[in-house]
Design a binder for this molecule. Structure first.
Ligand code: ANZ
Ligand code: ZN
Length: 803
C-alpha cells in the first residue's frame, strides 16, 4: 500500500480548502461562536505553547461543524500597548510599522495550524476603522456619566519622571532605575465599573465557567456587609465614621486608626503632637501602597485626640497609621485588637488596651498572645449584649446600630473604578476636548475616529503627560460646542480598551455605520465558547462583561453576558516546568516539527501532552508516538478499504464503543484521553483485522470522521480514499448504540483446589484480574486457609488454590 506522505497530503488539502471553504453560512444552520483570546502580535513569533490553545479551539470548532453548525471562528490582533512603543523608543521604528510586520509574520505561523479561521472577519485594535468604535463606546460612557475625570495618586518614579503601572513597581522601587517609588496626584480618566458591581457579581450564576474563575471574580468584586458607625470626637462637633464588618465587636473597640490621608488627620493633632503627626503624614505620602501593605512592622502616631464609643461612652484614643487605606470604606477604622490580627499587632507595639468581647465556651483568655479571629462564641464584656451568640449578633448588630441612630448598615465592594488613562503614545486617543467655557466635551461622533497623530519622539515627556501633549497642532483645536479655542485630551486608553469588546466586532467587521448591526448581533452573538489562558481570570474577563452590560443597557446589543462558556488551557512549559521564553532559551518552534512530522501530528501531540486545563512539560520526543499512530491508522484504512468485509458482531461492538468513548471524552474536554482512546481503538481494530481478514468500511469511515477534527488533513484524504466525494466535515457525526456496545457473555467454571464449585457468566474479553475477582466472590464461602495460587484459563476455568 502507499505510504502516508504528510507533506504531500497536507499541501493538497490546504489548497482544496482554500478553493472550497468547508465552513459556509447558508443562513439556515444554527450558529456556534467559538472564540480564541486574540494574541498580542509580539516580535518573537509563536512557539509550541501558543499552538495549544489554538488547536483546542479548532478541534472544538470542527466538532461543531460536524454537528451541523455554522461555526464563527475568527482571529485578530490586540496590537496597542507597551512592547511596540518601547521598541519604537529604542529603535525609532513607528509602532504601526513594527506591528504590521509582526502581524504578517504571526499570521503566517498561525496558518500552519490549519485552523478554520474566517480571515474575512479579522480585526486589529490599532486599525482606525476599529478604534473608531472603541472611542465611540467611550463617548457613550461619558454621556452616561460612567467616564469621569479624577485627581488620582499614581505610582511615580521621581527619577524617571514617569507614572508607573503597579506591575512596574518591584518591592516599592522603580523597575527600571531602582529609585523608591512615590505617589503623584495626576488627573486621570476613570470608568465607573463599580456601578455594575452588583450585576457583575450576580450574573456569574448564569455562566458556564470554571468555578475557579468565578471565585476569583467574586473575590475581586469583594462584596461585604457591615456597618458605618459614627464616633463623635471628644470636645468637638465633628464625628468620625468608621466602616466595619464586625459591629458585633463594638464594645471591644479600644482605639481608632485613621489613614494618614484622612481629611481630619491633620486637624486632630494637638500642640504636643503636631510635629510628629505632620511628619508621619508626610512620610506616608512618600511610600507606595504596595510598600505600605507589605510592610512587616506597623508604624503609627497618636494624634492626641479622642473619640467617644457611641455604645458605651468610652474615650478611645485616635491614632494614624498607614495600614489603613485611604480609599477603602471610610478610611477610618475602629480597632478591636482582641479579634483582629492587624489591630492586635498594633496594640502590642504601642501598648494599647486589649478587651476580649467574644469568648469560646464563654471563657475569657488569661494572657492573649494572638487575636481570637473566629466569629463563633459568646459575647462577654459587652454590656447588654453579654451572653448573645456572636454569630447571631454579627447579623443583627447593623440593624441595632441603625435603630440606635449612630450608624447604618452598608454594603461594601473591593472593586474600584477603573483608571482608564495612560500617559503613553501607542493607544487609542481619548476623544475628549477641554474647553475653558464648556468643560469636557466629547469629540462629535461624526468626527470619529480621532486618529493618532504622527509624533517625533515616543518618549514619555516626564511631566506626567503623554507624548501627544508635545504636538501643538494636534492639541490645539476648537470647542465643538462654542467654537472657542480648546485643547485635546492627550492621554490614551489602556491596552484593555480594545479587548473589552473586540468579540462583538468580528461578526460585522466591515461595518462603517455601527459597531455591529443589531441584526447580526442578534443572529451571531454572544460567544458560545471562549478559550484562553487562565491569567485573564479577572481583568480582561471582568472588563468584557462590564462593556457588554453597558452596550446592552444602551441598546446596542440585546444580551448582557459576552461568553456563555469558558475554557482555560494550561501552559506548555520547557523542561522542569520553566516558562518558555526567548530569554530563557527554551523556546520550541513549531516550524521544524511541522516540517518533519506534519501539522496533523503536531496537533495531536499538543493535545496528547496532558490534560488541557493543566500545565504540561514539552518533550519533543513524544511526537514520535502520535506520528506512529497516524501511520498505523493510515495503513489500516488503506489495507482494508477495498475488502468489502461484512461487519462481525465484534466489529460493530468496537465501532460503537469507539464513538461512545470519543464523544464522551470530547464533551468532557478530556482531549488527551481522546487521543489515547484513538490509539487504543486503532490497536484493537488492527488486531480484529488480522483475525478476521479485514474491517468493514462503515467502521473505518466512522473512525475517520471522529479523527477528522483532530487531524483534518489525513481525515480528508482517508475519507476520499473510502469513497467520500464531499469534504469529511460535511459528514454526519456518528452516534452510538448502547445495545451494540454490550459485550458477549461466556460461562466459566469456578474451581477451588481443582474441584468445580459453581459456574458464572462474565464478559468474553474480561481481564484476568477481573475474572479472578469475580470467581473469588462467587466461591467466597468455600475458601479456607490461605490462597496460594490463582489461575484463569481464558474463557473456561477459574481455579483458586488454598492451603
Ligand atoms: C472592626 C473589626 C473587628 C474589623 C474585627 C475586623 C475584625 P473587608 O471584609 O475586607 O471589607 N477596615 C475597614 N476599612 C479599612 C481600611 N480603609 N483599611 C484597612 N482596613 C480597613 O474588611 C473590613 C474590615 O477591615 C473592617 O472591619 C475594618 O476592621 C477593616 F474583629 O472593624 B473591622
Ligand atoms: Zn466650549
Amino acid at each position: 500500500a502507499t505510504q502516508y506522505n504528510h507533506s504531500a497530503i497536507e499541501k493538497k488539502w490546504r489548497e482544496n480548502w482554500e478553493a472550497k471553504p468547508i465552513n459556509v453560512n447558508d443562513g439556515k444552520k444554527e450558529k456556534y461562536y467559538c472564540l480564541d483570546m486574540f494574541p498580542y502580535p509580539s516580535g518573537s513569533g509563536l512557539h509550541v505553547g501558543h499552538w495549544r490553545g489554538y488547536v483546542i479551539s479548532d478541534v472544538w470548532s470542527r466538532y461543531q461543524l460536524l454537528k451541523g453548525k455554522y461555526v464563527i471562528h475568527p482571529m485578530g490582533w490586540d496590537a496597542f500597548g507597551l512592547p511596540a512603543e518601547n521598541y519604537a523608543i529604542k529603535m525609532g521604528v513607528h509602532p504601526a510599522k513594527s506591528t504590521e510586520e509582526n502581524i504578517k509574520n504571526i499570521k503566517r505561523q498561525i496558518k500552519q495550524i490549519a485552523a478554520i479561521y474566517d480571515w474575512d472577519m479579522e480585526v486589529n485594535t490599532t486599525d482606525p476603522g476599529f478604534y473608531k468604535w472603541t472611542q465611540w463606546i467611550f463617548v457613550q460612557m461619558f454621556k452616561k456619566g460612567l467616564a469621569y475625570e479624577k485627581e488620582f495618586p499614581i505610582n511615580w518614579c521621581p527619577s524617571c519622571k514617569t507614572g508607573l503601572a503597579n506591575e512596574e513597581v518591584v518591592n516599592g522601587c522603580c523597575e527600571r532605575c531602582g529609585t523608591t517609588v512615590t505617589k503623584k496626584n495626576l488627573r486621570q480618566w476613570m470608568l465607573k465599573i463599580t456601578a455594575y458591581a452588583e450585576r457583575l457579581l450576580n450574573d456569574l450564576d448564569k455562566l458556564d465557567w470554571p468555578e475557579k474563575v468565578k471565585k476569583m471574580q467574586t473575590d475581586w468584586i469583594g462584596k461585604s456587609y457591615g456597618a458605618e458607625v459614627d464616633f463623635p470626637i471628644d470636645g468637638r462637633d465633628e464625628k468620625i465614621t468608621v466602616y466595619t464588618t464586625r459591629p458585633d465587636t463594638l464594645y471591644g473597640a479600644t482605639f481608632m486608626v485613621l489613614a494618614p490621608e484622612h481629611e481630619l488627620a491633620k486637624s486632630l493633632a494637638t500642640d504636643e503632637t503636631r510635629e510628629a503627626v505632620e511628619q508621619y503624614i508626610f512620610d506616608a505620602s512618600m511610600r507606595s501602597n504596595v510598600d505600605r501593605m507589605q510592610a512587616k512592622d506597623k508604624t503609627g502616631v497618636f494624634t492626641g485626640s479622642y473619640a467617644i464609643n457611641p455604645l458605651n461612652g468610652a474615650k478611645t484614643p485616635i491614632w494614624l497609621s498607614d495600614y489603613v487605606l485611604a480609599d477603602y470604606g471610610t478610611g477610618a477604622i475602629m480597632c478591636v485588637p482582641a479579634h483582629d490580627d492587624r489591630d492586635f499587632e498594633f496594640a502590642k507595639k504601642f501598648g494599647l488596651p486589649i478587651v476580649q468581647v467574644i469568648a469560646k465556651d464563654g471563657k475569657e483568655i488569661e494572657n492573649m498572645t494572638e487575636a481570637y479571629t473566629e466569629a463563633s462564641g459568646v459575647m462577654i464584656n459587652s454590656g447588654d449584649w453579654n451572653g448573645m451568640e456572636s454569630a447571631v449578633l454579627k447579623q443583627e448588630a447593623p440593624h441595632m446600630i441603625e435603630e440606635k441612630g449612630f450608624g447604618h448598615k452598608t454594603v461594601n465592594y473591593k472593586l474600584r473604578d477603573w483608571v482608564f488613562s495612560r500617559q503613553r503614545y501607542w493607544g487609542e486617543p481619548i476623544p475628549i476636548i477641554h474647553c475653558p467655557k464648556c468643560g469636557c466635551v466629547p469629540v462629535p461622533e461624526d468626527q470619529l475616529p480621532l486618529r493618532l497623530p504622527e509624533v517625533e519622539s515616543y518618549q514619555p515627556t516626564g511631566t506626567g503627560e503623554s507624548p501627544l501633549a508635545a504636538i501643538d497642532e494636534w492639541v490645539n483645536t476648537t470647542c465643538p460646542v462654542c467654537g472657542a479655542p480648546a485643547k485635546r485630551e492627550t492621554n490614551t486608553m489602556p491596552q484593555w480598551a480594545g479587548s473589552s469588546w473586540y468579540f462583538l466586532r468580528y461578526v460585522d467587521s466591515h461595518n462603517d455605520e455601527e459597531l455591529v448591526s443589531r441584526e447580526k448581533a442578534d443572529k451571531y452573538l454572544p460567544v458560545d465558547m471562549y478559550i484562553g489562558g487562565v491569567e485573564h481570570a479577572v481583568l480582561h474577563l471582568l472588563y468584557s462583561r462590564f462593556y457588554t452590560k453597558f452596550l446592552c443597557d444602551i441598546g446596542a446589543i440585546d444580551f448582557d453576558e459576552p461568553f456563555k462558556k469558558l475554557f482555560n488551557q494550561g501552559m506548555i512549559t520547557g523542561k522542569n516546568g520553566i516558562k518558555m521564553s526567548k530569554s530563557k532559551g527554551n523556546v520550541v518552534s513549531p516550524d521544524d516539527l511541522v516540517r518533519d512530522y506534519g501539522c496533523d501530528s503536531l496537533r495531536l501531540y499538543e493535545l496528547f501532552v496532558g490534560p488541557p486545563e493543566l500545565d504540561a512539560e514539552w518533550d519533543d520526543r513524544g511526537i514520535e508516538g502520535v506520528s506512529r499512530f497516524l501511520n498505523r491508522f493510515w495503513n489500516l484504512v488503506m489495507d482494508n478499504k477495498d475488502k468489502n468485509v461484512e461487519p462481525t458482531r465484534e466489529m460493530l461492538r468496537e465501532r460503537h464503543k469507539l464513538v461512545y468513548d470519543i464523544e464522551q471524552r470530547f464533551n468532557q474536554f478530556s482531549l488527551n484521553t481522546v487521543i489515547s482512546g484513538f490509539m487504543e481503538h486503532n490497536n484493537k481494530l488492527i488486531e480484529i483485522a488480522k483475525k478476521e481478514g479485514g474491517i468493514d468500511k462503515e467502521t473505518l469511515k466512522t473512525f475517520v470522521i471522529l479523527l477528522a477534527p483532530f487531524a483534518p488533513h489525513i481525515g480528508e484524504e482517508l475519507w476520499q480514499q473510502l469513497g467520500g466525494t464531499d469534504t469529511v466535515f460535511h459528514a454526519q457525526w456518528p452516534e452510538f448504540d448502547e445495545e451494540a456496545m454490550k459485550e458477549d457473555e461466556i460461562e466459566v467454571a469456578v474451581q477451588v483446589n481443582g474441584k468445580t464449585r459453581t459456574v458464572i457468566s462474565v464478559a468474553a474479553d474480561i481481564a484476568k484480574e477481573d475474572a479472578i475477582a469475580a470467581g473469588k466472590a462467587a466461591v467466597a464461602d468455600k475458601l479456607t486457609g490461605n490462597i496460594v495460587k490463582e489461575i484463569y484459563v481464558p474463557g473456561r476455568i477459574i481455579n483458586i488454590v488454598c492451603k
